[in-house]
Design a protein around this ligand. Structure first.
Ligand code: FAD
Ligand code: 3HM
Length: 369
């Protein structure tokens, strides 16, 4: 396995629990994740349950009462998302949960081990000159995947005009309540402003103590996309968030431009790609890591059912069956990024929630009902 992120740890744990001997090579010198908060939905919650990690995941995560959307601070919708399982948390909590599950399953995780590339016949090489062979090689090494690039799989990258800077800050619930007493500060609140200027704050409580805030602006807006953030600008537009914006201004932050990566193929011989290496997407529907975990699980099931000699065909069949679900959520997320239509509220309905509701662990999911 190349990469010990959400995709790599999930696939590794699933395979180890299905009887494989698994080694994860992670380039970073320490095992940890970057970023702030994350939302996970039924599709990945089902996988986490199969990995035996539900108890750990629940311990420092929450389901907010509603996903609220505001335009110029006027409430457009408060979606309670009844019937949909979803959970908010810090990224480090999700990562620690998956790492713990991997270790319990007997996965060997090597930090400071950088993969240089792989070949379709099952050879993997490392930047220190070492090589190894395996029945299955998985490229879960993120949007800049060395495994994918070494196979020279053609890809298309689409960029959007907007992007986001993410922060993890203290909740400061009492201070926020004092500023706006009628607000339910446990909700996710998606604060949009489109006119006269596109600036958005996505406010996501991650647990009792920690808050994830994501500040969106067009890349062309130099002041809006500046890091560290322009505190005067953001506080002028979102005065009700002043205490948490002040915390965000203390950390450097990194502006991330929305983008989608689509590959001609997710597999080549005994090599499969999952997660951002295969299908990075815009975050509007909060499904990048969810789709990564979904595909990690279904790949593990498909590979386990195949013998070593049938691996290339089994991987192709896995892609044929599973990829359309990911293609669709990539397209939808890209469309939301392009149209900014999440600002209208009431968007977690119909086709938009197909991926959130998907259960990749249901063996009958591809049979016509
Ligand atoms: P990564 O997390 O990038 O992990 C790849 C790993 O591979 C890293 O640890 C890296 O160090 C390692 N690596 C890289 N190269 C090598 C190499 N050559 N050798 C060995 N190791 C290597 N998703 C959600 O589901 N919900 C959300 O709410 C959500 N919000 C998001 C908000 C923003 C602003 C963004 C940008 C993304 C968001 N996502 C969300 C998407 C999610 O972060 C990604 O889809 C997810 O992290 C992908 O996981 P991954 O394991 O494929 O890749
Ligand atoms: C959870 C989440 N949802 C939407 C976005 C976005 O549109 O940038 C980011 C997120 O972390």
């Amino acid at each position: 396995m190349s990469g010990g992120g959400f995709a790599g740890l999930t696939a590794a744990t699933a395979l180890a629990r299905m009887g494989w001997s698994v080694r994860v090579h992670e380039r970073a010198p320490e095992l940890r994740t970057e970023g702030a908060g994350i939302v996970v939905w039924n599709n990945s919650l089902q996988v986490i349950d199969k990995l035996g990690a539900t108890h750990d995941l629940m311990s420092r995560s929450m389901t907010p009462p509603a996903y609220e959307t505001r335009m110029n601070n006027v409430i457009q919708s408060q979606e309670t998302l009844d019937g949909i399982s979803w959970r908010t948390m810090t990224r480090s909590h999700l990562f620690e949960t998956l790492l713990c599950a991997a270790r319990e399953a007997g996965v060997q995780v090597l930090a400071g081990s950088e993969v240089a590339g792989a070949t379709p016949d099952g050879k993997i090489s490392f930047t220190n000159g070492d090589t190894a062979e395996a029945d299955l090689i998985i490229g879960a090494d993120g949007v800049g995947s060395a495994v994918r690039d070494s196979l020279e799989i053609p890809l298309k990258r689409e960029r959007s005009r907007d992007g986001i800077t993410r922060f993890l800050v203290p909740r400061r619930k009492a201070e926020l309540q004092a500023l706006e007493p009628d607000t339910e500060w446990d909700n996710v609140i998606d604060f949009w402003n489109l006119d006269p200027r596109v600036l958005r704050v996505l406010y996501t409580p991650a647990n009792e103590d920690e808050l994830y805030i994501a500040l969106m602006s067009p890349a062309a807006d130099a002041d809006g996309s500046r890091v560290p953030i322009d505190l005067d600008l953001w506080t002028a537009v979102f005065p009700q968030l002043a205490p948490v914006l002040a915390d965000a201004a203390k950390t450097p932050g990194k502006y991330y431009g929305y983008q989608t990566t689509r590959l001609e193929s997710w597999t080549d011989g005994k090599v499969a790609l999952i997660g951002d290496a295969a299908h990075a997407m815009c975050p509007a529907l909060a499904q990048g890591a969810g789709a990564a975990m979904q595909n990690a699980w279904t790949l593990a099931v498909a590979a386990t059912a195949a013998g070593a000699a049938e691996m290339p065909e089994a991987l192709k069949e896995w892609e044929r069956l599973e990829r359309p679900f990911t293609d669709r959520v990539q397209d939808r997320s890209q469309q939301y990024a392009d149209t900014r239509a999440m600002s209208q509220g009431n968007q977690f309905v119909g086709d938009s929630i197909e991926t959130a509701l998907y259960n990749p662990t249901d063996p009958n999911r591809h049979t016509v009902k």
